[in-house]
Design a protein around this ligand. Structure first.
Ligand SMILES: [Zn+2]
Length: 304
């Protein structure tokens, strides 16, 4: 059975706002549980909540696929016991975009920890996975990366170098996994209508550029059994948050329809968005068509 367990569904930063405790306030982390292994999509502050299930299920392989390196997608590494030891001897693989090792060390040094990354002693490898390449987990499961939308890249990674184009043009990547006859696609922190240039000016993409990027995502997600996407804002909020690297839940819904996916999980909720509002969004979107929409809720399990 393929299932997704949600450990963190909040965007940008963890909080403890009372009005949003029902859906949880931990940041992005979703565990894709396959027969023998777990593949985590991002390692935000929700990751430590996976410790218990990992103890219970003892996966033969643990892989963490990072979309990018911002602290709301990496800070959970620090508080998760399996990053330091595992009595069953299973070491953790981390994969992510270009320059992941440098980038993670930068994030740790600046935001996540006073101690460098090598504090995490149960890592087998940290590997950069270029877009459209595949990684094989320790049990042989293939994980493929792709790019589509834009996200502001880590400032320390943007200097002119071999991978400058990736960090300037995309700054984030998604993942496709086909396992046990199910296709699962993860795509977070992607913006399609605006971006920031290197001087931090907010610039609109042309209509064609926007469509081309959306088409990249539709191609990656086409026919998926499950698409997981960041829908941090509504259309009105988005006007104030252009160039922050996020989509709207209305936009995400349209993309999921165009990609003919069976289920959609909308995650990376705006910090403080209330449980009442999230229920209302779920109700509204689920009335529109046959597409099954789940508003990601910390602690919930969704069968794929
Ligand atoms: Zn984020």
């Amino acid at each position: 059975m393929v299932s997704i367990e949600i450990y963190g569904a909040r965007g940008s930063y963890g909080t403890d706002f009372k009005q949003s405790r029902g859906f949880g306030n931990s940041t992005t982390c979703l565990g894709l549980w396959l027969d023998k292994e777990v593949i985590f999509f991002d390692a935000g502050s929700g990751l430590p909540l996976a410790q218990e299930t990992m103890r219970e299920r003892s996966p033969e392989a643990v892989t963490i696929a990072l979309s990018h390196l911002h602290h709301d997608h990496t800070s959970g590494l620090l508080g998760t016991e399996q990053m330091y030891f595992n009595p069953k001897g299973v070491e953790v693989d981390i994969i992510g975009p270009y320059k992941i090792f440098t980038g993670l060390n930068l994030e740790f040094a600046k935001f996540v920890s006073p101690i460098p990354l090598d504090i995490l002693t149960n890592l087998r490898q940290i590997s950069s996975l270029p877009p459209n390449h595949s990684f094989r987990t320790q049990t042989g499961q293939e994980v493929t990366s792709f790019v589509a939308g834009w996200h502001p890249s880590n400032s320390g990674l943007i200097e002119k170098d071999l991978h400058f184009d990736f960090h300037r043009d995309y700054g984030v990547q998604g993942y496709i996994i086909e396992a046990e006859r199910k296709k699962i696609v993860f795509s977070t922190d992607m913006e399609f209508r605006y971006y920031r240039d290197l001087d931090n000016n907010i610039i609109p993409f042309t209509k064609d550029q926007t469509q081309a990027r959306i088409n990249q995502l539709i191609r990656a997600a086409y026919g998926a059994d499950l698409l997981i996407m960041d829908g941090q804002y509504n259309e009105l909020e988005y006007e104030k948050f252009r160039g922050y690297g996020h989509a709207t839940f209305e936009g995400v819904y349209e993309i999921a329809l165009a990609a003919k996916v069976k289920k959609l999980i909308i995650t990376h909720h705006k910090p403080g968005r209330s449980d009442t509002d999230l229920f209302e969004i779920s109700r509204r979107l689920n009335r529109r068509s046959n597409l099954e929409v789940f508003i990601a809720k910390q602690g919930s399990v969704i069968e794929v």
